[in-house]
Design a protein around this ligand. Sequence first.
Ligand code: ADP
Ligand code: MG
Length: 339
Amino acid sequence: MGRNADMNDAVLKVEHLTKRYPVKKGVFGRTGAYVHALEDVSFEVHRGETFAIVGESGCGKSTTGKCVLRLTEPTEGTVTLDGEDFTSLKGEDLTRARQKMKLIFQDPYSSLNPRMTVADIIAEPIDIAGTYKTRAERDARVEQIMQAVGLDLAYKYRYPHEFSGGQRQRIGIARALAVKPKLIVCDEPVSALDVSIQAQVLNLLDDLKEQFGLTYLFIAHGLNVVKHVSDRVGVMYLGKMMEIAPKKALYADPLSPYTQALLSAIPSVDPAAKRERIILEGDVPSPIDPPAGCRFAGRCFAKVEGCDEVAPPLVEVKPDHQCACHRYDEGGPGTAQVG
Ligand code: ADP
Ligand code: MG
């Protein structure tokens, strides 16, 4: 993986992304409280790489994807796509820029129009983009893409319900690829699939990436899936980015206590790499009233004085390895504990 990645060439730049969803409270449905889904999240996705975002359910992964695609408007922050500020685009400019990003959905059962044939589902984004002048060219593209994702051309005129989950996800992938997007957002693309076919679909995504030089923002629930498909990884907790590192560095030397806990929970086949299991106490706090300091402080086994009061910034601890933890925040709370 990542042979084509260029660390100096950011396809996507996310800066200070914040999203608060208003929630209605009380019998009159007044808005007052907010779900703090994302708070000051920044990261880059380089051309040709797979950048994975991992974290438990509800930590803000899908919201990040939706803000990037502008399926929901961010409360604050900017999204830059290929050097262009995507957040401020309107009308036709937005429609044009949207063609550069595509989404592969989590649920291949509900994301495909049941009344359209496979060929029409794949051709739809091509038709909207108006990429091809002749019908023959367009049809040739549909067939080329079907072959690339391993769909038999004999199935061209069949409907989604005639396919298995894995095959449907191939249709979804074909549709996303059809218009040669700069960035593909994959939101837990295999979590709705049978375990037995998850690896096939992950391998397909990987092969397509090499073949077409694709760039993925890959959202996953756990570090076990990410281990196979990512170049760099961002670990999220309760709307915050806790750590960003190249995959190897993250697995070999996790800096955030939260990442350490996540990794310790993965059963290892290699006894030499066995880690002591870290059991996290308590539950994830409510995003409606998140902790004032570090959002992980209440469950952290490495907590020091000040962690409950001040949120640690995401800082570069080593080259290309960032972490938001007061243990590495020089001058912040707990500086004396760094060892
Ligand atoms: P993930 O994909 O990591 O499971 P989400 O981004 O879907 O997390 O959700 C982050 C938080 O925002 C959760 O607390 C979720 O309940 C909340 N949330 C997501 N979408 C909405 C919405 N449309 N309105 C209100 N709250 C939402
Ligand atoms: Mg999600």
